[in-house]
Design a binder for this molecule. Structure first.
Ligand SMILES: [Fe+2]
Length: 254
């Protein structure tokens, strides 16, 4: 089975790149299942029901989210009613939505890292429970670990090695050069990158982002527009859910 993971879709440029190219990319890479992280799809801050539906219509099987899950008002009712869009599983159990879904024989789990993102529960504790739950239904399990720290992302991949098909890092938006399959058969990359404008500071217009750092003021960040790429990773696995390859994807889209 070939699984395409599309890294954090950022703003309108990222959305357009997905809508214009995902179908062709699925065909070209002979993709059986596609997961898209859409947590920055609405101007860099969360996602709306309409955008989620458009990304699903463009070829995503499941959409994952992250720290901006509540970034758009009125998204919660949609999240409560869908089984194709998931939010980090280690938020409060009382929050709307879910963090694990099994769709077409593939389980997708979304988790949030502890460093700077402050989830309700440790991702490592939540993962134990969720992986057990997922394995009752399927052997093919993809984890989107939305986290800031490299160490935390690498550690979760080792923690789950041999128990899941892939642990794919998101959130930091710069694709790392460590796509690999660990000894136990789990594919891993510290960060899958960003689907959006790369002439930017992780998606935003550089001037505003730089001014924030120089002045310390909460300057409003606007999505950038240029050097749009689709980034992510292509994971291949066998029937037992063991990864056999993990290669980065980087496609120029404008
Ligand atoms: Fe994020």
């Amino acid at each position: 089975m070939r699984i395409l993971f599309v890294a954090d879709v950022f703003g309108a440029p990222g959305r357009r790149a997905v809508e214009a190219n995902l179908r062709d990319l699925r065909d070209e890479l002979r993709v059986d299942f596609c997961v898209v992280n859409g947590e920055n799809a609405a101007d860099g801050r969360g996602i709306t029901a309409k955008i989620a539906q458009r990304i699903l219509a463009a070829g995503a099987d499941v959409i994952t989210l992250g720290n901006w899950v509540w970034g758009q008002r009125d998204f919660a009712p949609y999240l409560s009613g869908t089984d194709r869009v998931i939010r980090p599983a280690n938020l409060s159990p009382n929050a709307p939505g879910r963090g694990l879904v099994v769709h077409d024989g593939v389980a997708v789990i979304n988790l949030l890292g502890q460093m700077t993102l402050s989830p309700f529960e440790s991702a490592f504790t939540a993962a134990e429970r969720l992986v057990e739950e997922a394995r009752r239904e399927t052997t093919v399990i993809v984890v989107d670990f939305h986290a800031e720290a490299t160490s935390e992302k690498v550690a979760l991949a080792y923690h789950l090695d041999g128990r899941v098909t892939a642990v794919l890092g998101t959130h930091t938006h710069v694709q790392t050069a460590d796509a690999r399959v660990l000894r136990g058969g789990t594919a891993a990359i510290t960060d899958a990158g960003m689907t959006g404008p790369h002439d930017s500071v992780i998606g935003s217009v550089p001037e505003g982002a730089v001014r924030r750092f120089v002045t310390g003021f909460p300057v409003r960040l606007e999505p950038a527009t240029d050097d749009v790429r689709i980034e992510g990773v292509l994971v291949e696995c066998d029937d037992a859910g063991r990864a056999t390859s993990c290669v980065p994807v980087r496609v120029q889209a404008g």
